[in-house]
Ligand binder design. Structure first.
Ligand SMILES: [Zn+2]
Length: 246
């Protein structure tokens, strides 16, 4: 019998043990602060140099790039390295799954990545650390070095569309997987919610690991409320241990 394909959908909750707060969830920091939300809203960002200046200062102060993966990220990588086919779909922009050793091609970042900047005019991409070094050196709103266009974080801002190619791949994985594990996500924001539903409709075993109830708990085969740092390694360990397979 071939090994089951595991899809893991991760939200802000998997990274809180790495010191990264929930920024963009329904109760996230940005949603609770209209001024902060403007800094990550495409329309304001593109239209106002002062918003961009403040946005770069916010990125400079943000600790996301210094964060380290935690036991939950490492447990996902360990499962992948054990030979089980794993695909990660993440709502996070922190890149911690890849830092923990997941191959890039096995991680779909629904909301992009905070580790990269992109030009809104020509699409050129580069490391966020390089752009932040320019801010540090005195450029308040560093333009694209290729074309002079406005640079932004390669994250999906409020008011921006998700990358249709990434979304298409995520849907395909949700439909094809045998087990769909939603970790640290409230499943209240699209497309994450729809992906869990799609997986369940296509016959995947749906497992939800989240501190708070989600709208999909009724459809889930298993709901785990324990802290992610202990619950996820235990859960993934059971998947690799054949003696425990039904
Ligand atoms: Zn450019």
């Amino acid at each position: 019998m071939s090994k089951p394909l595991i899809a893991l959908l991760s939200g802000a909750g998997i990274s809180t043990d790495s010191g990264i707060p929930d920024y963009r969830g329904p109760q996230g920091l940005w949603r609770r602060d209209p001024e902060a939300e403007k800094l990550v809203t495409y329309e304001y960002y593109m239209g106002d140099p002062e918003i961009r200046r403040r946005s770069w200062q916010m990125r400079r102060a943000n600790r996301t790039l210094q964060a380290e993966p935690n036991v939950a990220h490492h447990a996902v990588t360990a499962l992948e390295r054990s030979g089980v086919p794993v695909r990660v779909i993440t709502q996070n922009v922190d890149g911690l799954h890849q830092l923990a050793g997941m191959p890039d091609r096995k991680v779909l970042e629904l909301h992009g990545t905070a580790r990269t900047v992109m030009c809104t005019a020509c699409g050129a991409r580069g490391p966020m650390t390089d752009a932040l070094a320019r801010v540090e050196a005195g450029e308040s709103d560093p333009p694209c070095l290729e074309c002079g266009g406005i640079l932004k974080s390669a994250t999906v801002m409020f008011g921006e569309r998700l990358d249709p190619a990434v979304l298409g791949q995520a849907v395909a994985i949700a439909e094809a997987c045998d087990v769909f594990i939603a970790v640290g996500t409230t499943l209240q924001v699209q497309p994450a919610a729809a992906l869990a539903g799609r997986a369940a409709e296509h016959g995947a075993r749906l497992i939800i690991v989240n501190a708070e109830p989600t709208p999909y708990d009724d459809q889930a085969d298993e709901v785990v409320r324990e802290p992610i740092g202990t619950a996820l390694p235990a859960l993934l360990g059971r998947i690799t241990d054949p003696s425990d397979r039904p």
